[in-house]
Ligand binder design. Structure first.
Ligand code: MN
Length: 292
């Protein structure tokens, strides 16, 4: 991967769990060493006197989430202008609204999104059970949320969205995914042995020139990668999710075979990485990214 610009996005307003906002700081040295670049782009995510609920009792941290994401949007647009490949280190997954919108606006809407995540993140302000915006960013990009969530100009077409590794979603989300005929592969539909056909199949379906790859580490099965920013009680429920080896290969194959213009790496929580096992695995994934 050439011309990578690391963009730190220490974001937590999309899901108030302590930790994911520390990921960039925690990984910075490794990123610089592995990718052999200097990391000096960090989005300012400070917000004076953030209110959990202002005028809406349902949505949490609306103003700080949108304000910080607009700052990221501008940073990613600049990165594209400088002919860079922005690699955004989150933070919670609300940040995909900014990275996707920046990619769409830079490329006149000619962008598909590959969403490697166990969650669908496609609630809107009416269906969200938690009020956390990190469960809503794809609806924001598609334009299924009201104007308080406006960011960027071009909207993501549902036909250009691809889910990989899905297994944790609410009924309203999967109903919409099916109704809008959005491509989705469940976690058990992707294994180490079928990655080539998975990637080829998606490659044949893609209709846009560019692809934004959004990678949530919680797509890896919890026993292989426990240090992610989901509610702790739901972390260990089942033996669900794709294996670490599967995901590592998958990310590499996607980068090798598709015209990926930008990427997010989100929801790593260093506070839960007690023996630094997950950090080691992240370094391996980054090495893979470098080699493409
Ligand atoms: Mn997720």
């Amino acid at each position: 991967m050439k011309n990578i610009e690391i963009i730190g996005m220490p974001m937590k307003y999309g899901c108030m769990v302590e930790g994911a906002d520390l990921a960039y700081d925690h990984l910075k040295d490794s990123l610089e060493k592995i990718l052999n670049i200097k990391c000096n782009t960090v989005v300012d995510t400070t917000y004076e006197n953030p209110k959990i609920h202002k005028n809406d009792n349902k949505i949490k941290y609306l103003e700080p989430t949108m304000e910080c994401n607009k700052r990221l949007y501008n940073t990613v647009c600049n990165s594209f202008k400088n002919n860079k490949f922005p690699l955004i280190i989150g933070g919670d997954h609300s940040i995909v609204m900014a990275s996707t919108e920046a990619a769409l606006d830079t490329h006149n809407g000619d962008v598909s999104v590959i969403y490697v995540d166990k969650h669908a993140d496609i609630h809107n302000e009416k269906t969200t059970p938690s009020g956390n915006i990190h469960g809503m960013p794809l609806s924001i990009c598609i334009g299924r949320c009201d104007k308080r969530f406006d960011i960027g100009s071009y909207r993501l077409k549902p036909e250009n969205l691809y889910f990989i590794g899905l297994y944790n979603y609410e009924k309203e989300e999967i109903d919409y995914i099916k109704e809008a005929n959005i491509y989705h592969l469940m976690d058990n539909e992707v294994t180490e042995n079928n990655i080539d056909s998975v990637v080829n199949n998606i490659k044949n379906k893609i209709k846009t020139k560019y692809v934004h790859l959004s990678f949530d580490l919680d797509s890896i099965k919890p026993e292989d990668f426990p240090a992610v920013n989901v509610a702790v009680e739901s972390t260990y429920q089942d033996d669900k999710g794709m294996s670490y080896n599967t995901v590592k290969k998958l990310i590499k194959k996607l980068l090798q075979n598709l015209n990926v213009c930008s990427m997010d790496l989100v929801e790593y929580n260093p506070l839960l990485d007690t023996n630094l096992e997950c950090k080691k695995k992240m370094k391996d994934i980054l090495l893979n990214i470098k080699q493409v």
